[in-house]
Ligand binder design. Structure first.
Ligand code: GTR
Length: 299
């Protein structure tokens, strides 16, 4: 039985997709192989589960690119502000050559990049007021994932970035340690942050996707045919995940509206302008620039 980590609750599309891989594995091997998914952060924070997988203490982990930005620089590009024009653009790029390059990069640190899942588009939400321009975020403490890129994104959006682990956000909102956070609408709903933060502002600033990673040690311990099976099933789980994702996003949007959350549009051009210097700074690295140009050519 392989062990997998995820910070999201049971039923979240990433959790369900990895369970699906496990069921297919069990069916194909007469229950010789399977996956037990430890959801809801039972195995710790995302950044820690990446280390656990590297050393083979767990077999798989599903994390956002945010948790990988520092160790794997190529993951920064899809996380940067306004790199993708749409979900379709993001899917095309992550299914294509840019996604393959990023997945190959995990081998540098004892990991196997199995596949890339959707994470919708991230927006800002907060307890205080609707955000229309970067100036409206001035003085607000906005939680970001513990990643240099996200700390800089928060600052570029106009906020005081406060890096915290995902599991700490709900209580930090309640105790007013922070004024808000940023995430996709399904996470906003499933984490119940909407109970506290009633303003959702459509900044759409990052499509930072999810990665499913396997410990290289685990791969090496599997027979050749099992290796091929697992790699194939991971790729096949992407459309499964996307089907669940599209439905979940839709439901979450309606549920938070029903719960009294106010959704507002923003001055998109003002946010693009505010984050442009950050983008340019990061793209001074030729490696990141190449990947960025490739992604943009697929817009
Ligand atoms: C979610 C992502 C999680 C986690 C979380 C966060 O969108 O699916 O894996 O990274 O964001 O902001 O910490």
């Amino acid at each position: 039985m392989l062990t997998a980590a995820d910070v999201h609750p049971a039923k979240y599309p990433t959790v369900e997709a990895v369970r699906w891989i496990g069921q297919q594995l069990a069916a194909a091997t007469g229950n010789r192989l399977g996956i037990r998914v430890y959801h809801s952060g039972q195995l710790g924070r995302e950044n820690d589960t990446v280390e656990l997988a590297r050393f083979g203490a767990i077999n798989l982990t599903r994390v956002n690119f945010a948790a990988l930005n520092n160790a794997f620089p190529l993951t920064q590009v899809p996380a940067l502000p306004y790199v993708f024009d749409s979900v379709a653009h993001m899917r095309r790029a992550m299914d294509g050559e840019p996604g393959r390059q990023i997945l190959a990069g995990f081998a540098q640190r004892d990991l196997v990049g199995l596949c890339i899942y959707d994470s919708g588009v991230r927006c800002v939400y907060n307890v205080r007021r609707p955000i229309q321009t970067p100036a409206d975020l001035h003085g607000l403490k906005i939680r970001v994932p513990p990643s240099d890129i996200f700390i800089q994104i928060g600052l570029a959006l106009g906020a005081n970035s406060t890096p915290l682990a995902f599991g700490e956000v709900y209580s930090s909102l309640q105790t007013h340690l922070i004024d808000g956070a940023e995430n996709n609408i399904h996470s906003f709903h499933s984490s119940r942050h909407f109970e506290v933060a009633k303003h959702w502002s459509e900044t759409n600033h990052s499509y930072s996707p999810e990665a499913l990673l396997l410990s290289r040690r685990t791969l090496e311990q599997l027979r050749g045919e099992d290796q091929a099976l697992l790699l194939r099933l991971a790729t096949e789980s992407v459309p499964v995940m996307r089907g669940l994702w599209d439905a979940a996003e839709e439901r979450s949007r309606q549920s938070v509206l029903d719960a009294g959350v106010e959704i507002n549009t923003v001055d998109h051009a003002a946010f693009v302008r505010a984050t442009a210097p950050l983008l340019q700074r990061r793209l001074e690295s030729p490696e990141l620039r190449r990947l960025y140009d490739e992604i943009r050519s697929m817009a």
